[in-house]
Design a binder for this molecule. Structure first.
Ligand SMILES: Cc1cc2nc3c(=O)[nH]c(=O)nc-3n(C[C@H](O)[C@H](O)[C@H](O)COP(=O)(O)OP(=O)(O)OC[C@H]3O[C@@H](n4cnc5c(N)ncnc54)[C@H](O)[C@@H]3O)c2cc1C
Length: 467
């Protein structure tokens, strides 16, 4: 039996590292340890540096519109290191009708742009009078019913860009619970949004000017974030690498955690692992758990370097909705967003392949992937015959897909945690899938640990959609 702890954190990805950082910061006497399966902390965040080119296996950045994330950057000094690409300056494109269409950054502006014909715009406004959709509709079915067909390709691009998902499978209750709540409460999303704006205006809140967020990363790439958070953790004392947790059991005084490297005891246990890694462990504690696994999607990234005489369109990059039937899901113009990611005189961009609709493509060999991705983007970008550099990256984890029955799993979690004092659950896929979601919910878990209470239920929020 290894030592006994106040808190054991299962998983040393961003979620687990944020919990550890907050405990150390706010109560240096709190005895905790992070148990991490792999040989390095950081989880799916992994920056790849090779021959002067920098690219990402996992996330490329996060928006600076989340209070908890801003606070973590300030606490760690990372706010002084971060680099930003403001959305207001960096447009994105949707590949539609065989060309790149510049997309305004909000659904409201898309509506005013000449991308959508007038009759379709009126149909969007008719949302005010559409009946509430019953059951658990998919995003595509729900959006078609409420707003008509015109916005569907753009919405498809949004969910391709965030979940690498299929909006014919993702459900609205799972991925946009705040928007769904507005529909149910006010009978219309537009009416609900309007009521919110008027209420803000009345309370004086609307005086704070709206600011478009900026995409945030670091000069050394996204890996800098977990590296900084893990800096104060001492391997063998409060960080155990190559340690896979295989089971958790209640004891009279708390919890017994069984791992590949031995057993640990603690008053509190935090599951800070992706939902599919948590479910088998949780099933050991409650066999009535409603799901044993969720679908997840995998991505391959093909990175292309060129001489900087090659000029890409200005902006972040583009996304291709499924109706276009393209090989790549889209591309990130990395050198436009964050300069300095290619050797002098060169530029780099990254193409994304796979996702929920095309899982087999990720299994193609590197040569085929590179060839197919290059042929695909050459049809839309002005590129020479041969790139100066290519590499293929595969992420170390899949992206959980929040589809049918996911709300049932969240409801189960609430009931389950209500009767299991000292257990907390956050991590990839539990409360959203983005880096900001992870930092926000790991912060909530750490606050509950410091207060010695259960994690309170999160408020349902309406999140902005940004391309
Ligand atoms: C390809 C890809 C691109 C993405 N792009 C973006 C983006 O651009 N912007 C954005 O906001 N988000 C993006 N995301 C999502 C973002 O990366 C995640 O929200 C976040 O990194 C999840 O952190 P986590 O700590 O919860 O999970 P993870 O990073 O998965 O970390 C969990 C850790 O737990 C460990 N573990 C698992 N099982 C066990 C066990 N039994 N015992 C011990 N340890 C265990 C794992 O080894 C891992 O280190 C992307 C994700 C992927 C996969």
């Amino acid at each position: 039996m290894n030592d006994s702890y106040q808190t054991l954190i299962i998983g040393g990805g961003l979620s687990g590292l944020v919990v550890a950082h907050k405990l150390r910061l706010h109560n240096p006497g709190h005895r905790f340890a992070v148990l991490e399966k792999s040989e390095r902390p950081g989880g799916v965040i992994a920056t790849h540096c090779d021959q002067g080119y920098m690219s990402e296996r996992g996330p490329h950045g996060f928006l600076d519109n989340c209070e908890e994330s801003r606070q973590i950057l300030a606490e760690t000094g990372l706010d002084r290191e971060s680099i930003k690409a403001p959305l207001i300056d960096f447009v994105r494109y949707v590949r539609l009708g065989g060309k790149l269409n510049l997309i305004p950054q909000t659904p409201g502006k898309i509506l005013l742009a000449p991308l959508v014909p007038w009759h379709a715009k009126l149909r969007v406004l008719a949302e005010l009078w559409q009946p509430v959709v019953d059951g658990e509709p998919t995003v595509a079915k729900w959006a078609h019913h409420r707003f008509g067909p015109a916005l569907l390709p753009y919405l498809d691009a949004v969910f391709t860009g965030t979940y690498a998902g299929d909006f014919d499978r993702l459900t609205i209750d799972s991925v946009m619970p705040g928007v769904r709540a507005l529909e149910k409460q006010y009978g219309s999303v537009l009416r609900g949004l309007l009521v919110g704006v008027l209420a803000k205006r009345k309370s004086g809140d609307a005086k704070t000017p709206f600011r478009m967020p900026a995409m945030t990363s670091f000069p050394q790439g996204m890996q800098r974030l977990p590296e900084r958070l893990a800096e104060h953790l001492c391997p063998g004392r409060d960080l155990f690498l190559n340690t896979t947790v295989t089971g958790v059991q209640p004891t009279g005084k708390g919890w017994l955690v069984e791992a590949s490297e031995g057993q640990y005891q603690a008053k509190n246990v935090v599951f800070a692992v992706p939902v599919n890694a948590a479910l088998p462990l949780l099933a050991g504690l409650d066999p009535s758990i409603p799901e044993r696994s969720l679908p997840s999607t995998w991505l391959a990234t093909v990175v292309f370097g060129f001489k900087d005489t090659v000029k890409l369109p200005p902006g972040f990059g583009f996304l291709a909705p499924e109706v276009e039937q393209r090989f790549t899901l889209g591309a990130l113009f990395s050198s436009n967003m964050f300069p300095g990611r290619a050797p002098k005189g060169h530029m780099v961009f990254e193409t994304l392949i796979g996702g929920r609709r095309h899982p087999k493509r990720v299994e193609l060999d590197d040569k085929t992937l590179t060839h197919k991705a290059f042929e695909d983007v050459r049809e839309i970008l002005d590129l020479p015959e041969q790139p100066a550099y290519t590499t293929v990256l595969r992420s170390s984890g899949g992206i959980p897909q929040l589809e049918r029955n996911y709300p049932r799993l969240l409801a189960w979690r609430e009931r389950f945690l209500g009767t299991r004092r000292g257990l907390h659950i956050c991590g990839f896929g539990w409360d959203g899938i983005g880096l900001n979601d992870m930092m926000k919910h790991a912060t909530r878990v750490s606050e509950a640990l410091l207060r010695d209470t259960g994690t309170p239920r999160a408020n349902v929020e309406v999140k902005g959609i940004y391309f």
